[in-house]
Write a protein that binds this ligand. Sequence first.
Ligand code: GDP
Ligand code: IMO
Ligand code: MG
Length: 398
Amino acid sequence: MQTKATFVVGLQYGDEGKGKIVDYLAEKSDVVIRGNGGANAGHTIVLQNGETLALHQIPSGITYKNIVNIIGNGCFLDPVKLVEEIENAKSKGVEISPKNLFISKTVHLVLPIHKQKDEQRESGNKGQGSTKAGIAFTAADKALREGVRAEIIENQDELAKIGDKQFTEASAQLKDYLCDSVALIQESISSGKNVLVEGAQAFGLDINHGKYPFVTSSDTTVAGLMSGSGINYKQVGRVIGVAKATPSKVGGGPFVSKITDEQIAAQTRGEKGKVDSEFGATTGREREVGYLDLVALKRAVEVNGIDEIALTKFDCINRHGETTKLAVAYKLSGQEISSPPSSAEELVQCEPVYKELPTWQDDSSAEAENYLKFIENYLNIPVTMIGIGPNREDLIIK
Ligand code: GDP
Ligand code: IMO
Ligand code: MG
């Protein structure tokens, strides 16, 4: 019997804790797929031995035995970084082989030239705050129909003509991991396997719906993931949107609900070096932090068709102090609006209209319940998973 796939997507500006939610859900899955993004992503999971593992291109189901992890056709694959990532995960006791990791033959490769161009742009006056992973330039070549797909790895002679020695050697090491990912995914669904699709980045960074040009180069929505994995709309089951109660952003661009009080921002960010402090998992950059923005969240819920919210860092809300704030509308040119403007220029001019609510120490207190109810009423969908710490089991399931 056919099953329906579960999708997990980010609803804000990335780093919502998608990795942790996928790591939790993977326990009941047979297949975990990444369908967008590449080495620009950083998904942190905490291993059972307490060690932290930052995954960039490898799906977050990798720590379980017997799960098929697939890097889908919609991703951008950096062979050099992937080989490093595999080695790093192995050094932490994670088993990785062509038996549990599969790479789509049609995934586009990030070449050394793409990374050089990204580096160059970031160091000049046209920098966009990218992760310098070469994503924009790989995506540009893909759209120009001049890209190189992973299938080239099967052809030694052709492979030797592109990239440098390091690139060619790393690519060659990945040969046995290549597969027809769409066939594998469709077979899995037809044979009743539980399939989980893990999004990278988030709605605010989406190439179509994000705050252009402060976005990444892939479709981060459920629709993007369907296309990026080869799953049709009838095969879409549960759609879970991950939102962080203490949202963060890196790389510039508008952030309406940004915390402007430096002391509260520093408190919210947490101590550098701690697993859940707000410094990039990929670049180590300090993240800007904000209050929960329900206006932006509502649009992300609408466009993705989110069924339920996984709300992470619930335990961190009290870092805001005695009270926390939620943006319930914006003010633009003196007018109150409840639909977020689509232009980044207009967004920069928006002022948040906040609802203030008391914080709590006890996650099951009336104040905590009240906060959750407020979000559920505003978004009109349930919060079904509540993150109360960085570990897999630090989750309240409703
Ligand atoms: P991703 O890119 O969406 O997978 O998120 P990241 O891993 O980049 O960033 C999320 C950070 O929050 C990581 O450091 C996680 O360990 C941490 N985290 C996730 N969920 C929770 C939670 O519920 N509470 C706390 N305190 N930390 C969390
Ligand atoms: P995860 O999956 C947070 C941001 C960069 C920059 C913009 C473009 O961990 O949530 P790019 O390198 O993609 O060309 O950069 O997008 N960005 C992310 N921010 N989390 C991510 O991924 C991100 N991936 C890209 O900071 O502003
Ligand atoms: Mg991240």
